[in-house]
Write a protein that binds this ligand. Structure first.
Ligand code: SF4
Length: 364
């Protein structure tokens, strides 16, 4: 599985669903509707700043469609996505979705972290879509572009309606998230899992606290995300961990990889899939500026490592993947929670892993 498989090239096609009607044609604060914000095809219904989300502006829109087809050239393991939000207050410096804000005429740096587009009619649209005779019940992936359980979801509560629709139509789906808010919807996830295939994956690239605070400043701590993995597993919903991104020179030391995989194993994850940082336009500029501020001595090394483009060299990706596979094998990551309890040891002094057979890893 390659890192690019988690990028969502639906971004360009997805913009077509930003068309909609206005409710009152003006913003809550009396500003004119920001038609130009989303181009000629889209109109903002309301723009809201609220003390509860200091520094964040919500652009509520009525979307025209909500199920987006992944372009055929993509190598993603799914064909359809649902993304109720644009922008993400989790504010990961490396976020590959930053460039999607560029298409909205929004800033891809701080703007991506703080200008959140909310498709307020997403649950209704999805239910209509699933009811259509033209829809054949294909798998729908969520969280592939921006996090559907980011903080905004606490305010807008779009996911319960989305999950109810998927449950009612027994439509298979998967969710990738860093948000602990997903546990709010655990009863719905269980109901859905009773009638269809449900795949949950939580993203935890590292457990290093200092790295987390600086590079993923708006996210729940890695330990809290692993609590989600544990809670889902205990509820009978298998949960994998996407170990992404593994950040070169900052999160790739053997002891860091070991600590992360060990924590993933102890949380009872059914799989762990490592993915090395990639730096596409939009994310690249923002990440490199951050790197220059926080780790200036690494800038030249990054320029060399990513000299060929958005991806680290194959040899580097293979090395990380092999290391994580070996650790996964060592810590016994697999589907059996009982087996994990038997096989995952308490933290021990660090030791280099011996040779092992790579574990079969799956995504979602
Ligand atoms: S949680 Fe995901 S979508 Fe949100 S900023 Fe981080 S990487 Fe981007």
């Amino acid at each position: 599985m390659r890192w690019e498989n988690l990028t969502d090239p639906t971004s360009s096609t997805d913009l077509t669903d930003l068309t909609g009607s206005t409710d009152d044609g003006r913003t809550e604060h009396g500003r004119a509707p920001e038609a130009a914000l989303f181009g000629a095809d889209a109109v903002t219904t309301r723009t809201i700043d609220t003390p509860e989300f200091a520094g964040v502006t919500f652009h509520e829109i009525r979307a025209r469609s909500i199920v987006n087809r992944v372009p055929g050239a993509s190598r993603m393991p799914f064909e359809w996505t649902v993304n109720p939000y644009r922008g993400c207050t989790h504010a990961c410096v490396y976020c590959f979705a930053r460039n999607t804000h560029h298409y909205l005429d929004l800033d891809t740096g701080l703007g991506f972290d703080s200008q959140i587009v909310v498709k307020v009619n997403a649950p209704t649209l999805l239910r209509h879509h699933l009811a259509s005779r033209r829809w054949h019940g294909d798998h729908i992936a969520m969280g592939t572009n921006v996090d559907c359980y980011q903080r905004a979801e606490g305010r807008y509560r779009l996911m319960p309606g989305i999950l109810e629709a998927l449950r009612d139509y027994a439509n298979p789906f998967s969710i990738l998230t860093k948000g602990t808010l997903i546990l709010r919807d655990l009863p719905l996830l269980r109901q859905a899992a009773d009638v269809t295939d449900v795949g949950i994956s939580v993203s935890v690239g590292f457990v290093d606290q200092e790295l987390w605070r600086t590079v993923e400043p708006g996210t729940p701590a890695p330990e809290r995300r692993l609590d989600v993995v544990r809670a889902l597993t205990d509820a009978g919903i298998g949960c994998g961990v996407l170990m992404a991104p593994v950040i070169p020179f900052l999160g790739d030391r053997p002891e860091q990889l070991r600590a992360t995989v060990r924590a993933v194993a102890r949380a009872g994850a059914t799989s762990v899939t490592p993915l090395v940082l990639h730096l596409r336009p939009g994310a690249r500029e923002w990440f490199m500026a951050w790197l220059g501020r926080h780790h200036p001595y690494l800038v030249r090394r990054y320029e060399r490592l990513y000299a060929e483009g958005a991806y680290a060299p194959k040899w580097y990706q293979r090395r990380v993947t092999r290391q994580v596979h070996e650790l996964a094998e060592e810590f016994g990551i697999g589907p059996s929670r009982a087996a994990l309890r038997r096989r995952v040891p308490e933290p021990q002094p660090e030791a280099e892993p011996g040779p092992a057979t790579p574990t079969q890893l799956t995504l979602l």
